[in-house]
Design a protein around this ligand. Structure first.
Ligand SMILES: [Zn+2]
Length: 263
């Protein structure tokens, strides 16, 4: 099982080495901004690296919203990030499920997702799997609770999209982790990536504050059980920099594969 971390984008491969990580995830542009991603000088190194590369799209992207001034730039920025992620050989581009505004019909959000994927197809396709991630908060989210996820997948399931399961978001979002993988796969048929994070906040809090795997309000063994059941590559998006993330990665290796825990 490939295990890695979300790292600073300056030199992701050095960050992987520092953590003994098999995989890295990073941003290609300011996650709070609308700037298009720029070509990277280390594209060739990233493409040919042993380390698996994932890209996280900016948080500002919301292809579901009824607000044209967010939705249209979101479609364009998502496609731009997909092309830039493809250029560095990324295995997937993670993007949050998004939400509609209070009072808007949730179905419009699912329909807007379908339109965003059709827009990308007309623009030559993403070039790599786009992985929709479950989110922790909001009452009108497209991928917080599984009832919404089921409606989202009804809308987008015919397109080439995957799913990224964040354990902190599921717990804080109000989905029990026990048997979660089975319930998700019954909807999506797949889990392409796990974001393995503990949560500083309680079940159903709607808050998105990650904690190290052995900290937080989730039983670490429950996290391990979810990761084992998912059988997908794992990225920790946990605090504590190199030390905190290295410990989280080492903990998972020990728990998941005791024979080869020492590397
Ligand atoms: Zn995440």
């Amino acid at each position: 099982m490939r295990i890695g971390a979300h790292v600073d984008p300056t030199d992701p491969l050095a960050e992987a080495t520092a953590r003994a990580a098999d995989a890295v995830q990073f941003f290609l542009a300011d996650p709070q901004g609308w700037k298009a991603p720029q070509p990277r000088d280390d594209a060739e190194r990233l493409r040919t690296a042993e380390v698996d590369v994932y890209v996280h799209a900016p948080y500002v992207i919301n292809v579901a919203t009824g607000n044209n001034r967010i939705r249209i730039p979101s479609r364009k920025l998502l496609l731009a990030h997909a092309k830039a992620a493809t250029a560095i050989g990324a295995k997937g581009l993670v993007v949050h499920g998004g939400h509609v505004n209070a009072g808007d019909d949730p179905q419009t959000g699912f329909d807007n997702w379908r339109k965003a994927l059709a827009y990308a197809q007309e623009g030559g396709g993403f070039g790599l799997p786009v992985l929709i991630e479950n989110t922790a908060g909001g009452e009108n989210a497209c991928a917080r609770r599984l009832d919404a996820l089921a409606r989202l997948w009804d809308a987008v399931g015919d397109h080439e999209v995957g799913f990224c399961l964040d354990t902190c978001h599921a717990h804080a979002g109000g989905e029990e982790l026990l048997d979660l993988v089975d319930r998700v796969k019954a909807i999506t048929g797949r889990i392409d990536l796990v974001h393995a994070n503990n949560s500083k906040d309680g079940f159903g809090s709607g808050r998105d504050r990650h904690d190290n795997l052995r900290g937080g309000t989730i039983d670490p063994q429950l996290l391990v059980a979810v990761i084992r059941a998912a059988g997908a590559p794992v990225i920790v998006e946990t605090p504590g920099g190199t030390t905190g993330q290295s410990e989280d990665i080492a903990f998972l290796r020990t728990q998941l594969d005791p024979e080869t825990a020492v590397r």
